[in-house]
Write a protein that binds this ligand. Structure first.
Ligand code: ATP
Length: 512
């Protein structure tokens, strides 16, 4: 499928099969806010668990936390969000559409990347087996030109943003002759800063109400609890605190479905380390997180690192793990070396010491922090869009199959009586009642069995167990595999063992 067609298909499939609905749809929806339906909530929960198990359960020195969404307002002064959580915005005077200036420039560079990929494809066709991609990328004048141009543009953008030179960001947009994607016009306003936090009020009467913010990231709940966890858990450095939860950003350019939402869920881990060790831990977490992504089996070629040119006010090194979404490579996870910025700043604003006594160094210090931060909704979109495939079968018919990694599939197995009589439904229901203690299982007796298989394929169910007349005689069933459509005859216990092995966290996570 072409990328644009795939993206359209992702949206319609997500809705048609109960994965994602627009929020408050009966009132025409709320822009960039979505609800997860009966299938989506299960996939999302499984993805969250896949992360939690890898980060908390498998690491002795990482513990969990569930901090509140509402926090003391001074938190956001200390974190820098009141002063610096801004996006550079630009309006097109003709279409009246508002854009993020940095995203306009990044999309321009993305187009250069697409051009490079086209050159690679052409050359691969021309040279056949003898084609050496790495050599081509280093020597082809056109490809090298695009790459250098892209790098120079990003460097300049990074510098201008860092120096808050918004006039130069506008000049860059003009020099590159970037047009409004909607109107094609190049008639732009100046670039302005816009704060992304949602404000709200605490308290009954207008006079006594305190101004609050909905948290724009979960990380600060971890920082303000650093000492609580360290002391009560008797934690020794290095150790981590992980949490998952909702975050809110008043994104101006909210588009691309659940990629950029106003209410979304983050899965963050702050790893507290002695000062001076941040370089090695940065390298460690980059590698560990990429391995985790690869373990989901979406294809290593669909990930890449993007090192930040412009560092946030708190960071001394930062990169993104980007994923190839249907609309190109985009950020999926951020890895940030945050120094002692956050804890020091909370010390200053709260007047409370947030230090650690290091028994080896025999000194007190404010720990440094290494952060891994991934959006659960973006992960959902990555897994879902990668899984959705349209297949032509040998007999010329086509099938839609959602090849979700079995470990996160909403339902692990559907149990289907071949016909709705002869005692087959009762046996199928017994199997369901046995399996449901160990895994998510569905029962379906409507329509011909072929149609039921197709429906489970579209839902991403990796296995179907079919109960037929032979089951009455020898207690065997048919186990059908979603990806190959292969069928095998097994005892119920054998089928159960196969499904358990194929869907177990251990099977998927043990490689990391
Ligand atoms: P972007 O540059 O795309 O706005 P960011 O760099 O601001 O993202 P971070 O602040 O590093 O993002 O947040 C960590 C993670 O949270 C991101 O990698 C992303 O997966 C997720 N995330 C951030 N903003 C959103 C959003 N509006 N909707 C969904 N997920 C988001």
């Amino acid at each position: 499928m072409a990328d644009q067609d795939l993206f359209k298909k992702v949206l319609s499939h997500a809705k048609e099969y109960g994965f994602v609905f627009p929020s408050s749809e009966i009132y025409d929806g709320l822009s960039a806010v979505y609800d997860y339906g009966q299938q989506g909530v299960a996939l999302k929960k499984n993805l969250r668990e896949y992360w939690w198990k890898a980060m908390v359960q498998l690491n002795e020195n990482i513990v969990g936390l569930d901090a509140a969404i509402l926090m003391h307002p001074t938190t956001w002064k200390a974190s820098g969000h009141v002063d610096a959580f801004n996006d550079p915005l630009i309006d097109n005077k003709d279409s009246k559409k508002r854009y993020r200036a940095d995203v306009l420039v990044e999309d321009y560079v993305g187009k250069l990347d697409t051009k490079i990929e086209k050159e690679v494809k052409k050359a691969a066709k021309r040279f056949g087996d003898a084609f050496d991609k790495a050599q081509f990328l280093n020597t082809n004048p056109r490809g090298v030109g695009y790459k250098e141009k892209g790098a120079a543009i990003l460097k300049r953008l990074g510098k201008s943003l860092e120096n808050e030179d918004l006039a130069d960001v506008k000049s860059l947009i003009e020099e590159l002759e970037i047009a409004c994607p909607l109107s094609g016009s190049k008639n732009w306003t100046e670039v302005k800063q816009f704060n992304l936090m949602f404000g709200t009020k605490l308290g009954a009467s207008a006079e006594s109400a305190t101004e609050l913010y909905l948290r724009p990231e979960t990380a600060q709940g971890i920082f303000v609890n650093f000492l609580n966890v360290q002391k009560t858990g008797r934690m020794k450095l290095p150790f981590g605190i992980a949490q998952t939860g909702k975050a809110f950003r008043n994104e101006i350019v909210a588009r691309q479905f659940i990629f950029r939402m106003r209410e979304f869920e983050q899965m963050e881990m702050q790893f507290f380390i002695p000062p001076g060790t941040q370089k090695e831990w940065y390298a460690h977490w980059k590698e560990t997180r990429l391995k985790w992504h690869h373990s989901l089996g979406l294809g290593a070629e669909n990930y890449r690192f993007h090192d930040h040119e412009k560092l946030a006010h708190y960071a001394d090194a930062a990169c993104d793990i980007e994923f190839r979404f249907p609309f190109g490579f985009k950020e999926l996870e951020g890895i940030h070396s945050r120094t002692d910025f956050d804890l020091s700043s909370h010390e200053e604003f709260s007047g409370k010491k947030l230090q650690y006594f290091d028994p080896e160094r025999q000194e007190n210090y404010v720990p440094y922090v290494l952060e891994t931060s991934i959006g659960l909704d973006r992960l959902f979109l990555a897994v879902f869009s990668n899984a959705l495939q349209e297949e032509t079968l040998e007999d010329g018919s086509s099938r839609t199959v959602l090849r979700l990694p079995a470990v996160v599939a909403p339902t692990k197995v559907a149990v289907l009586p071949l016909v709705k009589k002869d005692g087959l439904p009762a046996i199928a229901k017994d199997i369901v009642n046995d399996l449901k203690w160990d895994m998510a299982v569905a029962y379906d007796e409507k329509d011909a069995v072929g149609r039921r298989y197709r429906r489970q394929d579209a839902l991403g169910t990796p296995f179907c167990i079919t109960v037929d007349h032979q089951t009455l005689e020898d207690q065997t069933v048919t186990l059908r595999h979603r990806d190959t459509m292969a069928q095998e005859r097994l005892s119920i216990a054998e089928a159960k063992a196969k499904i358990s092995e194929a869907t177990a966290f251990q099977t998927w996570l043990k490689g990391i």
